[in-house]
Each structure stands twice: as structure tokens, then as C-alpha cells.
Design a protein around this ligand. Structure first.
Ligand SMILES: CCNC(=O)c1c(-c2ccccc2)csc1NC(=O)CNCCc1c[nH]c2ccccc12
Length: 330
């Protein structure tokens, strides 16, 4: 089998949401497909009503195919301080034409305020490696791990777009979705992420052969890159400054900012300046927040949506021991 679903951006491309059908009869929730985590968790009938603000809720009692997985709980927290936790059911999950009859659906009994206030996000569908799934005592497997065997190829691809719906495909490569050749690089999944080595960057006509480790992360909005890159980039932006109050590099919204190019394998991906003028940072709309920010204290770089939407990316589980990432321009 193979499948294709839309990735619809929220305001400012902060995240991309994809409709997923859960249960029988199907309950449709809009989930954030997240290659930076491995839990499929959802707002549910068990989420306290004061923590629900417009999100769709999965109700396992209304599904004839749901089964409680007794004694299992989950609890996840992310680097931005957000978190959620709850219990586990198994049910039919359908993503476009691809489905799995007994997917672990982690039902939220608690969500942090940033998820509560995010009314269009009904939960996450983790696409990192199952080894970092948080269910205890028995870790659960991701949707991709569960359906992989039935796919033509053990791959999924991301084609995110700037301020427009993109596509996630499962099991095949859409040859019309990219230009040039796909360049594959090895993945180190020891920390459970799609982690790879970037081999350089360019700002304007200056190319630097910096090698650095990063993860391909559809669940993180920004490109969190080495301080060296931030320093080099924002030194080319008149009026740019690191604002601790606003939480990162900001610059005058009318500033002329450069494109940013990162090299991975044999391919150079250029993030257009317009993707890096991320969003207004203050009420007056005079200061804008940069789409490139430092990766300090994380231990690796994060190629989030700002970086991924400039590329076509193949998440290839390959033969278990050698997963790989394919990168192409588009
Ligand atoms: C800012 C979100 N990203 C992270 O915290 C993160 C980190 C990380 C760790 C420490 C400090 C900063 C970042 C490493 S891998 C990684 N990636 C993920 O955790 C991917 N999942 C993010 C899910 C997520 C967190 N807050 C949201 C709000 C809306 C939609 C999705 C989310």
C-alpha cells in the first residue's frame, strides 16, 4: 500500500496539521506529524474540560474497535516546556489510504497550557524512532513502524510548503515533488531521532565547510542551528539583536535579510529570506522574530519546519540497522 495526506500550516507556519481517522465509526482529529517524537497522543474524552478549548476529542467509548491497554501510562515533555500525559488505548488509525488496526493511541488526561490554548491541534503523531516512545511499562511502536511492513518501500516523505498546504507520503517517492537528484545521508538513530550530519552552510556568497549534527524535525517550527551560524547570519542583518525578553534573535521587520543555504550530502538547500522573516515579535510589528535561532543547550541542531519546507525529505527506515535521510531541492 501507499498513502498521501495533506500537511496544512497553522498561522505563521508554526505547525502543520494532518487529518487522521481514529476508531469505528471514524473520529477525525487534526494531528501534528512529528518526526522529533514517537508518541501518538490525542485530546480525548478523558482530557479535563477546562483544558480543552475547541480541540476535537477522541472518545474510545464511542469506538467499537477500541481496547484499553491496561496498566500502561505515558508522560511526555518537550524542550519548549510543554507536556502531556495519560493512559493508552489501541484502535484503528487511518492516515489517508494507510491504516493499522491496533495502533497505540495515547489518550491525554492532562495537557499543558500551550497545548490547551492551541485550539486547532488535536494531538501529535510521532514519527521518530519507537525507542523514545514514553509509554510505561511497555513501550509502544509508532504508526510508521506498524505500517512499514505493508508499504511498497519502508519510507515516508515530507514536502512542507511556506504558507500553503504540503504533503506527507507513505511508501513511495513522488518523482514530481522534487528537482535534481535525492542525496542520501546515513542516520544515527541512537537517540531515537532522524539525526544526520550537515556538511556546510552559505550566507550570501560566503561558504563555510562546517560539519555539524542535526535532526530532521517536522514537529519543531524553527531552525535551531549552531551559534556560529546565528552570529554569521545576523551580522548580515542591520538592526538585528538577541532579545532575551522575546526569546531569540529579532530584527526590524523591514530589514533586508539574506537567504541561508545548508549543505547535506551532495545537495545544497536554500532557505529563502522570506522563510526566515518568521513572525512579528512585538505588538507594534516593528521587530520580527528570526526563523533561525541558536541550538545552545540542546546538544544538536534541529532542522525544523523553517529548514524542511525548503526541501523534499525522504525518511527511509531502510534495513533496520541503516536508516537514512534523502534530501532534494524542489
Ligand atoms: C520546541 C520543540 N522541540 C523540542 O522541544 C525538541 C528538542 C529540544 C530540547 C531542549 C531544548 C529545546 C528543544 C530536542 S528534539 C525536539 N523536538 C521535539 O520535541 C519535536 N516535538 C515537538 C512537539 C511540540 C512541542 N510543543 C509544541 C507546540 C505545538 C506543536 C507541537 C509541539
Amino acid at each position: 500500500t501507499q498513502g498521501s495526506v495533506a500537511a496544512v500550516p497553522e498561522k505563521d507556519d508554526i505547525q502543520y496539521l494532518t487529518p487522521v481517522q481514529i476508531g469505528t465509526p471514524p473520529q477525525t482529529l487534526n494531528l501534528d506529524f512529528d518526526s522529533g517524537s514517537s508518541d501518538l497522543w490525542v485530546f480525548s474524552s478523558e482530557t479535563p474540560s477546562r483544558q480543552v478549548n475547541g480541540q476535537a476529542q477522541y472518545d474510545p467509548t464511542k469506538s467499537s474497535t477500541s481496547e484499553k491497554v491496561d496498566g500502561q501510562t505515558w508522560s511526555i515533555s518537550y524542550g519548549d516546556g510543554s507536556a502531556s500525559s495519560g493512559v493508552v488505548f489501541k484502535d484503528l488509525v487511518q492516515v489517508g489510504e494507510v491504516s493499522f488496526p491496533a495502533q497505540a493511541v495515547e489518550v491525554a488526561q492532562k495537557v499543558s497550557s500551550s497545548f490547551s490554548s492551541d485550539e486547532n491541534n488535536d494531538g501529535l503523531l510521532g514519527l521518530a524512532f519507537s525507542k523514545i516512545n514514553t509509554v510505561k511499562p511497555n513501550r509502544q511502536t509508532t504508526f510508521f513502524d506498524n505500517v512499514m511492513g505493508g508499504l511498497e518501500k519502508p519510507i515516508w516523505t515530507s514536502d512542507l510548503k511556506n504558507d500553503a498546504p504540503g504533503t506527507y507520503n507513505f511508501g513511495y517517492i513522488d518523482e514530481n515533488a522534487y528537482t535534481g537528484e535525492i542525496s542520501y545521508v546515513p542516520v544515527d538513530n541512537s537517540q531515537g531521532f532522524w539525526s544526520f550530519e550537515a556538511s556546510g552552510y552559505s550566507i550570501g556568497n560566503k561558504t563555510v565547510p562546517l560539519k555539524f549534527q542535526g535532526i530532521a524535525d517536522t514537529g519543531t517550527s524553527l531552525a535551531m542551528l549552531p551559534q556560529e551560524i546565528n552570529t554569521a547570519y545576523y551580522s548580515q542583518v542591520p538592526g538585528a539583536s538577541m532579545s532575551y525578553s522575546l526569546g531569540g534573535y529579532v530584527f526590524p521587520c523591514d530589514a533586508k535579510i539574506p537567504d541561508f543555504t545548508y549543505k547535506v550530502g551532495d545537495v545544497s538547500i536554500t532557505i529563502p529570506a522570506s522563510f526566515i522573516n518568521y513572525a512579528e515579535a512585538d505588538e507594534e510589528g516593528t521587530k520580527c522574530f528570526g526563523g533561525i535561532q541558536p541550538d545552545t543547550d540542546i546538544g544538536f541542531s534541529i532542522f525544523g519546519d523553517v529548514a524542511l519546507k525548503a526541501a523534499f525529505v525522504v525518511f527511509d527506515a531502510g534495513t533496520e540497522s541503516t536508516p537514512r535521510l534523502g534530501w532534494a531541492t524542489k
